[in-house]
Design a protein around this ligand. Sequence first.
Ligand SMILES: [Zn+2]
Length: 158
Amino acid sequence: MGVVLRQGKDVKLYRNRKPRWRATRRRELKARGITPANRQEIWNVRTSALLDLPDWVFRRAVPGLGCLPHQVWLRPRDAKRLCALDRAAGGRSQVTKSEYKRCGLCARPLIGYEAEQRRKVVESGPMGRTTPCGPDCAQDRETRLWKKLAVAPARSEQ
Ligand SMILES: [Zn+2]
């Protein structure tokens, strides 16, 4: 899977100052006509002992990113819940954390580097949110092809 995974390491350093600069930054962006983009995270969880994942896991799996029988992309809160279940079953889940952002135009899920870039574009100016996420954005708005690809990777469209 050709995705660059990155973790936010810069946040912890300034933990005690975070609320203040964050508020200041939001005010500055608002003054320039920009709605700040929240930094969202998504976790890829691969369970080790829990082999039959409960139904809620697949209902809560982030649409468009696909999942395997024991491996799924979840929002942090759901991911923690799944890890706890795996731990209770005697396992130790493998977790990869990554930045997450959904394109506001075609709704395609972006992860890692692509999500980071999108957040920067959104905050670059008042028109950021209406900038396409990539060359297929306009087409994806119609077809939602990203959704079909994630659901049925092996089936050919006839
Ligand atoms: Zn898009």
